[in-house]
Ligand binder design. Structure first.
Ligand SMILES: NC(=O)c1ccc[n+]([C@@H]2O[C@H](COP(=O)([O-])OP(=O)(O)OC[C@H]3O[C@@H](n4cnc5c(N)ncnc54)[C@H](O)[C@@H]3O)[C@@H](O)[C@H]2O)c1
Length: 290
């Protein structure tokens, strides 16, 4: 099967970035959202990035036109009927994701691959809303999708080998690297390891071993991480860190995954990270584009 036309469901941070990188490499993308304004904003934000690249001499006006012409917008799932691949990037909610795929199952022909960009959730459960569980797979991009090199390809219980190899080719074709996650396990590889680091960072903080700044400094300068765990949480959202840990706790059934009280206090106080201007650190206005 040749993948040329790709439907993306959800035009938030991830759907926008995924649409951008796929269109850049010549795929025809249909970008969908239940909220029409979100899709329009999404196109505007891609254009802003491209305009800035033109100014810096990184791309030409013609390349911008070519890329943007590869993206069409949609607010109706029936527009997905002629696609070869769906990438779902809606909110991290199992019922919502299952419902979207169940609807698409009736719209798209049986050969269409259904991929989900979930960060942690069970691919097998998401597939249960369809009659094609062997065609359902995790395709986990990282934020910002046009920049981050890795994509995790996650097998659900029933995912076919052919589907995994098709997606490995797709990832290669857009200049990225993939890893295969062989079992459908919460958090897959990257988020499981990242959250384990967060958990330990909370303990180091609560035991009074080091401050937030020094823990971040330790990981940045001692292990060459681009940023430490608290800065990373502020970037991706402390509310998301909280929800993800809670999900891991529920799924893994081990108390060490439970979100700690200190994180709950930070979230309850509204210090959810850069998007709120405050998290573990305070941010100035306009300081939001890491
Ligand atoms: N943000 C990240 O750093 C990141 C990284 C990797 C993976 N993810 C995962 O990617 C997915 C999307 O995350 P995001 O940060 O882009 O979220 P977001 O909140 O920025 O965007 C979600 C979009 O989905 C839309 N939506 C909600 N329900 C819909 C439906 N039924 N049909 C169509 N559109 C619908 C919303 O209107 C919104 O525009 C989540 O599963 C998340 O866990 C996020």
């Amino acid at each position: 099967m040749t993948i040329t036309k790709i439907g993306i469901i959800g035009s938030g941070a991830m759907g926008t970035g995924i649409a951008h990188i796929l269109a850049q490499y010549g795929y025809r993308v249909i970008l969908n959202d239940i909220d029409e304004k979100k899709v329009e904003n999404s196109i505007r934000s891609i254009e802003t990035i491209l305009d800035s690249k033109i100014k810096r001499g990184k791309i030409t006006e013609a390349e911008k036109v070519e890329l943007t012409e590869n993206i069409s917008i949609s607010s109706n799932l029936t527009d997905m009927k002629d696609t070869d691949l769906i990438i779902e990037a809606i909110i991290e909610n199992l019922d919502a994701k299952t419902r979207v795929f169940s609807t698409l199952d009736k719209i798209c022909n049986e050969n269409v691959i259904f991929a989900t960009n979930t960060s942690t959730m069970s691919i097998t459960k998401i597939a249960s809303g369809t009659k094609r569980p062997e065609k359902v797979v995790g395709l986990h991009f990282f934020n910002p999708a046009p920049v981050m090199k890795l994509v995790e390809i996650i097998r659900g219980y029933y995912t076919n080998d052919d589907v995994v190899s098709e997606l490995k080719n797709l990832v290669r074709s857009i200049g990225k690297e993939s890893i295969e996650v062989k079992k459908d396990s919460p958090g897959f590889v990257v988020n499981r390891l990242m959250l384990a680091q967060f958990r330990e960072a909370f303990m180091v903080l609560e035991e009074g071993i080091a401050t937030v700044d020094d823990i971040d400094k330790a990981m940045a300068l001692g292990l060459n991480h681009p940023m430490g765990p608290f800065e990373l949480m502020d970037y991706t959202g402390n509310d998301i860190a909280y929800d993800t840990l809670e999900y891991m706790y529920k799924e893994m059934g081990q108390p060490n995954w439970a979100p700690p009280a200190i994180l709950k206090r930070v979230v309850n106080s509204g210090r959810i990270g850069k998007k709120a201007g405050k998290g573990w650190y305070d941010y100035c206005k306009g300081d939001n584009d890491l």
